[in-house]
Design a protein around this ligand. Structure first.
Ligand SMILES: NC(=O)CC[C@H](N)C(=O)O
Length: 203
């Protein structure tokens, strides 16, 4: 179980695969049930949550995710992925996978034009500030029991986790920084060396 899957239906797949590769982790593009074999974690990338949700159902992958989740698969949803994993989407009647007890508000910052990148220190993730890119990002507005905030910003939470699932409303895969990918791989039980980004750039 040393591989990490990236759900490859729509959205920012290649960027996650590249970040995992830079960490020396075997990344698997997940398109069908057989691809889940031997993965310790699954990244659900950013993109368009309604589109990814439709494709998940079309290809029968919701059931496969539930089965593997029940067997211990770790999950990370970035942006649209976080929306897909949330138990409750504000203003919508139904949720999608509903595997982490949070409320989330879609498109909470406005349109694509209101995208931005900031740097924040997130002590649980890395000792150095991490660049965070928000693109039509949601806001996490409630955390349920067993869910803890990794980054709170004013009136919303931007990153959170429970025992099995990590959610970020921003896109670590769109910056050169590897801290969130390293953290997720460690959450999945992978033995990631603590190499710096500079070390890896010269490999
Ligand atoms: N960058 C993103 O993943 C945007 C998410 C998108 N606004 C949605 O609702 O799915």
């Amino acid at each position: 179980m040393t591989r990490i899957g990236v759900l490859d239906l729509q959205g920012g797949v290649a960027e996650h695969v590249e970040h995992l590769r830079r960490l020396g982790v075997c990344a698997v593009r997940i398109k069908k049930e057989a691809d889940f074999e031997g993965i310790a974690g699954l990244i659900i990338p950013g993109g368009e949550s309604s589109c990814i949700s439709r494709l998940l159902r079309l290809y029968g992958l919701e059931r496969v995710i539930y089965t593997h989740y029940a067997a211990g698969l770790k999950l990370w949803g970035s942006c649209a992925g976080a929306i897909l994993l949330a138990k409750n989407i504000i203003g919508e009647e139904t949720s999608h996978l509903a595997l982490i007890d949070i409320d989330i508000q879609r498109n909470a910052f406005g349109s694509q034009l209101d995208s931005f990148t900031i740097e924040e220190k997130i002590p649980d993730i890395d000792e150095n500030p991490i660049p965070l890119t928000f693109i039509r990002a949601p806001k996490i507005t409630r955390l349920g029991d067993g869910v803890r905030a990794l980054l709170t910003m004013g009136d919303y939470v931007a990153a959170a986790e429970d025992m099995q699932t990590l959610v970020t409303v921003f896109h670590p895969e769109l910056t050169p920084n590897l801290a969130f990918h390293r953290y997720f791989c460690q959450k999945c039980g992978l033995d990631i060396e603590n190499k710096t980004e500079q070390d890896m750039a010269f490999e």
